[in-house]
Design a protein around this ligand. Structure first.
Ligand code: BEZ
Length: 212
């Protein structure tokens, strides 16, 4: 069955370019992104993996560990990583899981047989420190993802968790945010939002981003 928001991310042990990954142990206490790509030695995937390597410091800053995956064997991942460095200018700097037996792909429902019955689609799972799935995205094979958007959602999720705010349409880091409707107590509002807030409707209260 497909994983849904709020589900516990399934645990697994699988080999990777960084050695054996015991997933729950590897992500203990922090955030994680697990994403699949369809196949090694393919053009869109090559650009995506290079981009994730380039953005690794941004994931690190947010306390997020990143794991890539496809159903290719480890020897292919290792051979392909040279091409990623050569063509994208950034060497692979995060684990690429070799899921040749499809153990993880099956657990996370990353193979969509009506799209392709052997290769993984472009799945993304953002997992929080409680190991709960907080975001799922599925893209088709020919469409490269926007990993800046994944960072934007992680920023939004972390703001919600820490500051009891939601983020409006097209929100970008630094822009005003929305106070969660569950926050009603005057004392709590003053404590959480010392910069004040505007009440446009009783359910729509806007405040400057609290961590800025
Ligand atoms: C690609 O990464 O370029 C790709 C992979 C599978 C199908 C189509 C494109």
């Amino acid at each position: 069955m497909a994983l849904r928001l709020g589900d516990t991310a399934p645990d697994f042990t699988q080999n990777s370019t960084a050695g054996e990954i015991k997933f729950h142990k590897a992500i203990e206490g922090g955030w994680a992104v697990l994403f699949s790509h369809p196949k090694d030695f393919t053009p869109v995937c090559t650009t995506e993996l290079g981009e994730v390597a380039r953005l690794k410091p941004e994931f690190d800053k947010r306390g997020v560990k990143v794991f890539g995956l496809s159903v290719d064997p480890l020897k292919d991942h290792e051979a392909w990583s040279g091409d990623i460095k050569e063509t994208q200018g950034t060497a692979l700097n995060f684990p690429l899981i070799a899921d040749a037996d499809r153990k993880v792909a099956t657990l996370y429902d990353m193979i969509h047989p009506n799209a392709n019955d052997t290769l993984t689609v472009r799945s993304v799972f953002v997992i929080d420190p409680n190991k709960k799935v907080r975001l799922t995205i599925t893209y088709p094979a020919p469409t490269g993802r926007n990993f800046e958007e994944i960072l934007r959602v992680i920023d939004a999720l972390q703001l919600t968790d820490k500051h009891k705010v939601a983020t409006p349409v097209n929100w970008k880091d630094g822009k005003d945010v929305i106070i969660l409707p569950s926050v009603q107590d005057e004392g709590e509002l003053k404590k959480l939002f010392p910069k004040g807030y505007k009440t446009l409707k009783p359910y729509l209260r806007v405040t400057p981003q609290p961590n800025r």
